[in-house]
Ligand binder design. Structure first.
Ligand code: A2P
Length: 321
C-alpha cells in the first residue's frame, strides 16, 4: 500500500495519511506500550508517517517501534512538537525530543500551540508576553541549520496568528496542523494556507471521541453506496479538498488498516459532505471536546488560556458542540 504525498515549501514530501499518536491522555501506565504496539502494527500495514509530540509523553515508544521495524529511516516521515512549557528553551527541548525518538533526525517539528506556559509557575502567558510566537519561531528557525530537522511548522494557528508570524519570520512554516473535519472545514484558513504555500494537516479528521460524524446519515449513506466505512469517507473527503494531509489515530488493527484505503468521492457526494457544516447545531470543536471539557481547566470562551479573539478564531465557528 503506497500513500500519496504532497510537496512542502522546502521541497520535501509529506505522506498524506499519517498515524496520530495521541492516546487520549499522556503518561498513564501502560499507555506507552499501547502506543508502541499501535505504531508497530501501523508500520506492518504500510503507514509511513507518524505524528507525536513531547506533550504526548510517548516519543520514546514511537521511536522504539520504528527502529524495531528495521524499515529504512529515509522512507518514513516523523513529526513531533514543541511543548507549551518549552517555548523559552527551544534548542534544549528539540534535543530532548531528538534523543527520545532516537531516529537520527526529525522530519517535521511543530510549535504545538501558540500559547507558552511559564515552566516555573505553570501560568499560561498572554500573547504579548515573552516568548511571543515570533520569538519562539525565530528559535525554531535556528534549528534548521543543524540538519537534524528537515521542516518546521506550527499547529493550532489561525490566519491572524500566521499573519503575525509573517511580520518577522525568515522561514514560512511548511505545515500548520489544526483540527479539521466536515463540521469544522477551516475554509478561510485553507485558502490562506494555499495562497502562502503552507500545507495543512488535519488532526481529528474523523472528529474526536464518539464522533457524531461517524453516525451522520449523509456520511453513512455515502459509505454504504460505495461499500466503504464512514472513516474512509471522511479521510477521503479531507484529502480530496487538496492541500491537506490527515493524521487519524487508531489503536484498533482493523480500523488502522481501513483508514489507509481512500477512494475518490463522486462530485455530488463530495459536495454533500462539504456543506454539512452549514447545518445548524452540528458538532464542531477545537480541542475542547471529550475529556478536556471535563478536566476543570476548560474556561468557557477560551482555549488553553487564550480567548477566541486572541487566538484569531471566530467563536461562532466553534461553539456548537
Ligand atoms: P480507536 O483507536 O479505537 O480506533 P483522534 O481524534 O485522536 O484522531 O481519535 C480518533 C478516534 O476515532 C479514536 O478514538 C479512534 O479509536 C477512533 N477511530 C479511528 N479510526 C476509526 C474509524 N475508521 N471508524 C471509527 N472510529 C475510528
Amino acid at each position: 500500500m503506497s500513500v500519496a504525498v504532497d510537496t512542502l515549501n522546502t521541497g520535501n514530501t509529506i505522506p498524506l495519511i499519517g498515524l496520530g499518536c495521541w492516546m487520549g491522555t499522556a503518561g498513564k501506565a501502560g499507555e506507552n506500550d499501547e502506543a508502541e504496539a499501535m505504531v508497530a502494527a501501523a508500520l506492518k500495514v504500510g503507514y509511513t508517517h507518524f505524528d507525536t509530540a513531547s506533550g504526548y509523553g510517548n516519543e520514546e515508544a514511537v521511536g522504539s517501534a520504528i527502529r524495531a521495524s528495521g524499515i529504512d529511516r529515509s522512507s518514513l516521515f516523523v513529526t513531533t512538537k514543541l511543548g507549551l512549557p518549552d517555548h523559552g528553551r527551544v534548542a534544549e527541548a528539540f534535543e530532548e525530543s531528538l534523543a527520545l525518538l532516537d531516529l537520527g533526525y526529525i522530519d517535521l517539528y511543530l510549535m504545538h500551540w501558540p500559547q507558552a506556559i511559564d515552566p516555573a509557575t505553570g501560568r499560561i502567558l498572554g500573547p504579548e508576553e515573552s516568548p511571543t510566537i515570533n520569538e519562539t519561531w525565530a528559535a525554531m528557525e535556528a534549528l534548521m541549520s543543524s540538519g537534524k530537522v528537515k521542516n518546521i511548522g506550527v499547529s493550532n494557528f489561525s490566519v491572524k496568528l500566521l499573519q503575525q508570524l509573517a511580520t518577522t519570520s525568515k522561514i514560512t512554516p511548511s505545515v500548520n496542523q489544526v483540527e479539521s473535519h466536515p463540521f469544522l472545514p477551516m475554509i478561510e484558513l485553507s485558502s490562506y494556507c494555499k495562497k502562502n504555500s503552507i500545507h495543512l494537516t488535519a488532526y481529528s479528521p474523523l472528529g474526536q471521541y464518539n464522533s457524531p460524524l461517524l453516525v451522520n446519515k449523509t456520511i453513512l449513506d455515502i459509505a454504504e453506496k460505495h461499500g466503504k466505512t464512514a472513516g474512509q469517507v471522511l479521510i477521503s473527503w479531507s484529502l480530496q479538498r487538496g492541500g491537506w494531509s490527515v493524521v487519524p489515530k487508531s489503536a484498533n488493527p482493523i480500523r488502522l488498516a481501513q483508514n489507509l484505503v481512500t477512494f475518490t468521492l463522486p462530485q455530488g457526494d463530495f459536495d454533500a459532505v462539504s456543506v454539512l457544516h452549514k447545518e445548524p447545531g452540528q458538532y464542531k470543536a477545537l480541542c475542547q471536546y471529550g475529556p478536556s471539557r471535563q478536566d476543570g481547566r476548560t474556561v468557557p470562551g477560551q482555549i488553553v488560556g487564550w480567548t477566541f479573539e486572541q487566538l484569531g478564531w471566530d467563536p461562532a465557528a466553534f461553539v456548537d458542540f
